[in-house]
Write a protein that binds this ligand. Structure first.
Ligand code: FDA
Length: 378
C-alpha cells in the first residue's frame, strides 16, 4: 500500500499514534518494529509449560489518574481490579514498599502514630541539609536507618556503584506515606488487561490502514525521508551518536519454572541485601489471581541490573550531567529535523510509564500530527 506516515517502533507510543492516525485521519500507516513482536516493553507471552502469562520485560501494571487515557485504553481492553503491592526482603525480614506507616512500625518494632512516625523520620533525616551525593540525598528524605535497610543495598545493586559515589540528581523524591496505605501505585485506576497485554496491543494495531513490519529496523527502510515519520527509537542513534551516547541502565532476566504452586506469595519481591545478586523476583501468577493456574508449578523471573553497553536493551535513562548536556544538544537537532516527530521513552530519553506514553502520544497527535495533515503539508 502507499504510505502517508511511517512510525518507527511499535511500543505503546507508536501504536497509539498509529491507531489515531489510521482511524481518525484515515492515513495509511506503516509501523516498523525491529523486534519480532509489537508492544515494546509492555509485551507479554504465555510460558508454554504452565500457561502462565509472563511479562517479557518485567512486571507491567497499568495505572493512571488521567481520565482521557483511561477512556482511550478501555476501547481496546477491559482491566482486572488487581492492586499492586511490593515487598522488600532485608536481613531475613520482609517490609512493605514504598515506605509507609506499616514499614516504619515494622522496622522500628513499635506502634507509631502518623505524627510520631513523621517526627521520627524528620529527626533522622536532618543529618544532611545540603546533600552532596545520592546517599546523603536519600538519608535527607527517609533518615539513615530506613535508608540503610531498604535503599542502600538495592540502589548499589541497581547502579553497581556505592550510592556515596552517585550524583544526587539521579534519584527524585523517595515516597514515604504516613498511613497504612501499602498500594504501590496511588492512581485512580489500576489493573491488568483481562486477556493479557498481547491481546490488548494487537487490538490497537488491528486496522486495515495499519501495516506492521516486524523484524525491521527503521534505518534499513528505503521509504525513510519520503513521508512524515514518528520516531520512537533511541534519540542519539537517530543522529548517529553525533553528540555522544546517552547512558542507560539495562536489566538481565533469568526465568525459571519452579516446582511449586507458589514461590513467594506475591508478584514482586525486592531484595535489599547487597550480598543477594538479584534486585527483584517476579512471580507472574499473582498478577492474575482470577485465572486458573497449575498448583504444582510457577514461573519466576530474577532481575539483575547493570549499566547498558552497546547492544544492550536500554531500560532506565541514567541522566548524569553529561547526559543532560547531550540531551539538550540532541533536542536542538530534533527541532530542526524536517518531517520527523520524536516521541516515546527512547525518542525523548525519559522514563515513561505506560499511561504517560499513551498520554504523550495523544497530545502529540492532537498538537502536531493532526494539524500537520489537516493543513495538507504531506
Ligand atoms: P517502548 O520501548 O515500549 O517501544 C519502543 C519500540 O521501538 C520498541 O519496541 C523498540 O524495539 C522499537 N525500536 C527502537 N528502535 C527502533 C528502530 N530503529 N527501528 C524499529 N523499531 C525500533 N510502565 C507502567 O505503566 N507500569 C509498569 O508496571 C511498568 N513496569 C516497567 C518495568 C520495567 C522493568 C521497565 C523498564 C518499564 C516499565 N514500565 C512500566 C514502562 C513501560 O514499559 C514503557 O515505558 C512504555 O511502554 C513506553 O512505551 P514506548 O512506546 O515509549 O517505548
Amino acid at each position: 500500500m502507499e504510505i502517508d506516515l511511517v512510525i518507527a517502533g511499535a511500543g505503546l507510543f507508536g501504536l497509539t499514534m498509529a491507531e489515531r492516525s489510521a482511524r481518525e485521519l484515515g492515513l495509511r500507516v506503516l509501523v516498523v518494529e525491529r523486534r519480532d513482536h509489537i508492544g515494546g516493553n509492555a509485551h507479554s507471552e504465555i510460558e508454554p509449560s504452565t500457561g502462565i502469562e509472563i511479562h517479557t520485560y518485567g512486571t507491567h501494571v497499568f495505572h493512571t489518574s488521567n481520565e482521557r487515557v483511561w477512556e482511550y485504553v478501555n476501547r481496546f481492553t477491559a482491566f482486572t481490579p488487581y492492586l499492586h503491592r511490593v515487598f522488600s526482603v532485608f536481613k531475613g525480614r520482609v517490609y512493605s514498599m514504598p515506605i509507609n506507616l506499616g514499614t516504619i512500625c515494622e522496622y522500628f518494632e513499635r506502634v507509631l502514630s502518623p505524627g510520631q512516625a513523621r517526627a521520627l523520620v524528620a529527626e533522622q533525616a536532618a543529618e544532611f541539609p545540603d546533600p552532596a551525593n545520592l546517599e546523603e540525598k536519600a538519608i535527607s528524605q527517609v533518615g539513615r536507618p530506613l535508608y540503610e535497610a531498604l535503599i542502600r543495598g538495592y540502589t548499589a545493586k541497581q547502579w553497581q556503584t556505592s550510592p556515596r559515589d552517585l550524583p544526587p540528581e539521579i534519584i527524585g523524591r523517595l515516597p514515604v506515606r504516613y498511613t497504612f496505605d501499602d498500594r504501590y501505585f496511588d492512581d485512580t485506576h489500576q489493573g491488568l488487561p483481562v486477556d493479557g497485554y498481547a491481546a490488548w496491543l494487537e487490538r490497537m494495531a488491528d486496522h486495515p490502514r495499519i501495516e506492521i513490519r516486524l523484524g525491521t529496523d527503521f534505518f534499513d527502510l528505503d521509504a525513510a525521508g519520503a513521508v512524515p515519520v514518528v520516531y520512537t527509537g533511541p534519540l542519539d542513534r537517530y543522529f548517529g551518536y553525533a553528540e555522544g551516547a546517552l547512558t542507560w541502565r539495562t536489566l538481565d532476566y533469568e526465568i525459571e519454572v519452579a516446582p511449586t504452586g507458589d514461590f513467594q506469595g506475591t508478584a514482586v519481591m525486592n531484595y535489599a541485601d547487597e550480598d543477594v545478586p538479584h534486585t527483584r523476583v517476579h512471580e507472574f501468577r499473582h498478577l492474575h489471581p482470577e485465572r486458573g493456574h497449575p498448583d504444582d508449578r510457577t514461573v519466576i523471573m530474577r532481575e539483575y541490573s547493570r549499566f547498558a553497553g552497546a547492544g544492550d536493551e536500554p531500560y532506565y535513562p541514567i541522566g548524569t550531567p553529561a547526559d543532560r548536556a547531550r540531551l539538550q544538544a540532541y533536542r536542538k537537532r530534533a527541532r530542526s529535523e524536517p518531517g520527523v516527530f520524536f516521541g516515546g521513552r527512547l525518542g525523548t530519553y525519559k522514563y515513561l510509564d505506560m499511561h504517560t506514553a499513551v498520554a504523550s502520544a495523544l497530545t502529540m497527535y492532537d498538537n502536531r500530527i493532526r494539524p500537520h495533515f489537516a493543513t495538507g503539508r504531506r
